[in-house]
Design a protein around this ligand. Structure first.
Ligand code: OAD
Length: 247
């Protein structure tokens, strides 16, 4: 298979646009990098939140059991940052590409909901949704779009404590959504991996799954990642700058 490594925008645009127009089924895996230009901090890399905060305290079931208020305060802060953010040109370009495609699925590790707000239609949030609250006693879920929740932690009508409706380290991904993500990945003839460090599994494994199923794989990222050497084209660019060029 042809392998192209390109940081030169013109060459990358031409090659990827050709692959896009030939593709019958496109799947896209996104990560925090696609929302970076909306002002939402990424997790790793310069300015990443895991440089300042400890993932094991804030994004694990054990951390939540130890100190639910601390975890909720952190999620409350993230909800307020996300509430201020707008989808950027990268999110909007993906929605526009979807409108032109036969089959197009966005699989996102992001919990910020910006793909939905950019009007992507077929979005699979494999790490959950920061606007959803789930009762740890009765399991009931509800959406609350208020950026600052009161009180913290919040409680369900049944009296049980609620937790953020996101996937934490050590937890399984929502089964039905994950199955759909795998199906879309295996069916794709073109697969994009955009703005993710590709170190968190099982999501990162979708890249290799797409490759083994015969898809062409294009990475759009400002930096190298562990999947860079396995993809067909590395486009070293910001998502908000690169994606609109494909329209
Ligand atoms: P990371 O923060 O690990 O990675 C962000 C990636 O985006 C890096 O590879 C950056 O180089 C790249 N990047 C930054 N700005 C970019 C831009 N403007 N355009 C393109 N790329 C850019 O975020 P994720 O890979 O999404 O899970 O992290 C995966 C999971 O780990 C998250 O869902 C979260 C996190 O801990 C949990 O909290 C359970």
């Amino acid at each position: 298979m042809e392998r192209v490594r390109s940081s030169e925008a013109g060459a990358a645009v031409e090659v990827v646009a050709g692959w896009l127009s030939a593709a019958k089924s496109v799947a896209v895996l996104t990560g925090a990098g696609i929302s970076a230009e909306s002002g939402i901090p990424t997790f790793r890399g310069p300015g990443g939140v895991w440089k300042t905060y400890r993932a094991e305290e804030l994004a694990t079931p054990e951390g939540f059991a130890r100190d639910p208020k601390l975890v909720w305060e952190w999620y409350d802060w993230r909800r307020s940052v996300i509430a201020e953010a707008q989808p950027n040109a990268g999110h909007r370009a993906l929605a526009a590409l979807e409108a032109r495609a036969e089959r197009f699925t966005v699989i996102t590790q992001n919990v910020d909901g910006l793909h939905d707000r950019a009007r992507s239609r077929n979005v699979l949030q494999v790490h959950g949704d920061i606007w959803t609250l789930r009762c740890i006693v009765c399991g009931r879920e509800r959406r609350d779009l208020c950026p600052r929740l009161e009180p913290l932690p919040p409680y369900c009508a049944c009296g049980g404590m609620e937790r953020p409706g996101v996937v934490w380290f050590g937890e399984s991904l929502p089964q039905g959504i994950w199955e759909q993500a795998v199906k879309a990945t295996k069916a794709a003839d073109l697969f994009f991996v955009i703005g993710t460090s590709a170190v968190v599994h099982p999501a990162a494994g979708l890249v290799y799954m797409a490759k083994s199923a015969g898809a062409r794989v294009v990475e759009i990222n400002v930096d190298d990642t562990p999947v860079s050497s396995s993809v067909d084209l590395c486009w070293r660019a910001s998502a908000a700058q690169a994606l609109p060029q494909l329209l």
